[in-house]
Design a protein around this ligand. Structure first.
Ligand code: NAP
Length: 660
């Protein structure tokens, strides 16, 4: 067993808080290994074995997975042909035998050439992906991500305190990277606990709707996830565990809300006013501020007429009242988005009556494994093949680069609007409708209402293993599509005048994602308040910086949310790294602050707008939370991880002004 100290230095060397220096020895016989190989994801296994054996020679080009684009469901083995699979299985079996016979249980950092070979194999030769993928590869000698500089070396003795606002996924990422650079920081968190959205969203059924292995930090590659789509509690435990492993918990001031930031022109610092939950205010000075306030955390509760008359219980999905027992009660759920999709099936069999108010039907991608645990084969491979889970994570990330972008790209002159945006989009529409027809074959009268009247992908698509249709078909579920007229004392009256009497109303009505920094006053240079600058149309260069607000960095700010491609953690980490590079530039130049130029922001916004305009959600006849009140798509990133990697790689001097 390695000592604690050895483990710690290994962790630092590999920039992975979950780094496991060694795996368990393989002791299984050939017959058992053959069974494992039969169920393994072959490109992942071949890559992991090649790395373990230090031999990439068997990853020949004819074995490269074609990476067939995913229209609705991932293709096993990246679309390898049966012949390729047969050969890959033989090689994998041989590789596993070698690992067993040579008693290999660990892998060291790879040589650059080996990394190129491995990524070349997995990506089918797409070299322009490599740099962004190395960011996710523990074994790459030039993984990047972690700062390669230290505050003490660059700015010894300088007073440069940084405020990080929020201790959710983004805040923890920021705190970790800033701590690695030795930059002094304080984290303030409004609530009593860390974890952000995963601490707040505890409604019945809450879990990931993206694959678990695509939902973790590059610096904390947990391998032993129990589910393919993790439950909310598991994700929360993970974020907390990361914060603990990284030694960050002590740096967080809980119950502390940022209410005001004021830029002091003379000292080039931010005066930050925080308010403790007890009401006390405190003003402190910071050299820089990193806002890791979430995008989807300000509940949207529509202003329904008569809401004040209603005598029952109401709650928003994010503010679930666990002391209210819904069992045996009559419950209304308003909304059919990702939150409702999880709440409705979880409630359907428990309540005496469920009324679902559907304004529009959701598109759902088939995910038969949505509630499944990871397989025994996966668990075996994770324990026995060095670094298997990390290769698997890389594989999920890699396939997410193109993601399903090709299915939502609009075709010029396409005649299928407003139901589809291209031939491929129409094809997906038809595949998904066929699935709905199967699900509602015994309830044909419900089918029409279950088919969305907008293009697939124009709003966020959900993952479906049949539970939604089953809940809608349940004997005590009523789907109301007439729209809500008003609330009454006893329930909700629809637009056809029918009163639906209920004991509990759940607002699964989403959030106000475009209202960035809604509850914070941010006064920058020349006394300009950030919301006055934005005028309801939040914009930030790389989603991070705003002209006139020096040394102020937004993490997961406007226009950087991925919806059909990419990874949330990648976007968050790259924004953090970009902010840290900006801080490094300031320190190295002996400047006070960095401010992005207005022209650079304009160029960035033009670029993302052009990208979004050619996608399903950018069509003029579509409305969703991706857009702000001006109708501009202000939340979503229209490109791939690779473009964001490139955009955030350097702090371009021409795009910035440095304040003395
Ligand atoms: P949402 O996608 O914005 O859905 C809100 C729902 O409420 C929509 O069906 C909307 O109808 C309906 N609605 C809003 N105002 C209404 C009104 N006045 N009358 C009737 N219906 C109304 O919100 P969400 O479901 O909370 O999801 C938001 C995002 O959070 C997701 O897209 C996802 O990114 C994230 N999320 C992730 C997970 C996960 O990973 N597990 C889970 C939940 C949420 P229209 O569609 O007609 O507008």
């Amino acid at each position: 067993m390695p000592s604690m100290q050895e483990t710690r230095s290994e962790t630092m060397r590999f920039d992975d808080l979950y780094w496991e220096p060694s795996s368990e020895p393989i002791v299984e016989n050939d017959v058992e290994l053959e069974k494992i190989v039969a169920q393994a994801e072959l490109p992942v296994l071949l890559a992991a074995l090649a790395a373990a054996l230090g031999d990439t020679s068997f990853l020949s080009s004819d074995l490269q997975p074609p990476l067939t684009l995913v229209d609705t469901q991932p293709h096993p083995h990246g679309g390898m042909s049966p012949k390729q699979q047969e050969r890959a299985r033989a090689l994998a079996l041989d590789g596993l035998r070698q690992v067993r016979d040579k008693e290999i249980t660990s892998v060291d950092l790879l040589e650059g050439d080996a990394v190129s070979d491995l990524l070349g194999y997995l990506t089918g030769g797409r070299e322009h992906w490599h740099a962004s993928l190395k960011h996710e590869l523990d074994l790459a000698p030039d993984k990047g991500g972690a700062p390669q500089w230290n505050f003490a070396e660059v700015a010894d003795g300088r007073d440069f305190p940084v405020l990080i606002v929020g201790a959710g996924i983004a805040g923890i990422a920021a705190a970790y990277r800033y701590s690695q650079a030795g930059v002094p920081f304080t984290v303030v968190e409004d609530s009593q606990t860390l974890g952000g959205t995963w601490a707040k969203n505890t409604y019945p059924g809450v879990r990931l709707d993206t694959p678990t292995f695509g939902y973790s930090y590059s610096f904390a590659q947990r391998g032993d996830w129990p589910y393919q789509f993790a439950e909310g509690g598991d994700v929360l435990d993970y974020v907390r565990d990361v914060a603990e492993r990284a030694g960050l918990v002590e740096s967080i001031e809980f119950f502390t809300r940022l209410v005001r930031l004021l830029w002091d022109e003379e000292s080039c610092t931010w005066q930050a006013t925080t308010r403790h939950s007890g009401g006390q205010e405190r003003v402190r000075t910071f050299a820089a501020v990193v806002s890791a306030l979430g995008q989807l955390d300000r509940p949207n509760i529509p202003d329904f007429p008569g809401a004040e008359l209603y005598r029952g219980v109401t709650m928003h999905s994010q503010e679930w009242s666990h002391d209210v027992d819904y069992r045996g009660k009559r419950v209304a759920v308003i909304g059919t988005g990702a939150s409702a999709y999880q709440i409705v099936p979880a409630l359907a069999d428990e309540v005496s009556g469920l009324v679902l108010f559907q304004r529009s039907a959701p598109w759902m991608l088939p995910a038969p494994n949505y509630h499944d645990g990871v397989s025994d084969t996966f668990a075996w491979l994770r324990r026995k093949v060095p670094h298997y889970a990390q290769w698997y994570r890389l594989w999920v990330t890699l396939q997410g680069i193109p993601g399903r972008m090709h299915t939502v790209t609009a075709e010029d002159g396409w005649q299928g609007a407003p139901l589809s945006v291209s031939a491929k989009n129409q094809e997906v529409r038809e595949v998904l409708i066929e699935r709905l027809k199967e699900q509602f074959v015994d309830r044909p009268e419900q089918l029409e209402n279950a088919i969305p009247d907008y293009p697939p992908g124009a709003k966020r698509m959900l993952r479906d293993n049949g539970v939604w249709a089953a809940a809608l078909k349940s004997a005590h579920t009523t789907v109301v599509t007439a729209g809500i007229d008003r609330f009454s004392e006893r329930g909700i009256i629809d637009n056809e005048g029918v009163e639906h009497e209920v004991d509990i109303v759940v607002f699964a009505t989403g959030f106000k994602p475009s209202d960035y920094l809604d509850e914070v006053e941010v006064i920058g240079r020349d006394g300009v308040e950030i919301h006055d600058f934005w005028k309801g149309d939040a914009r930030a260069y790389n989603g991070v910086t705003v002209p006139g607000f020096p040394n102020f960095f937004l993490i997961y700010g406007p226009n950087v949310g991925g919806v059909v491609a990419g990874s949330l953690h990648f976007m968050i980490e790259r924004a953090v790294e970009f902010s840290l590079k900006a801080v490094h530039e300031v320190l190295q130049r002996g400047a006070s602050a960095i401010d992005v130029k207005p022209a650079a922001l304009d160029r960035f916004v033009e670029w993302v707008d052009a990208g979004n305009r050619r996608l399903a959600w950018g069509q003029p006849y579509v409305r969703s939370w991706y857009q702000n009140s001006h109708g501009r798509v202000s939340q979503v990133w229209p490109y791939t991880n690779v473009e964001y990697w490139e955009a955030t790689e350097t702090v371009k001097a021409d795009d910035h002004e440095f304040l003395a």
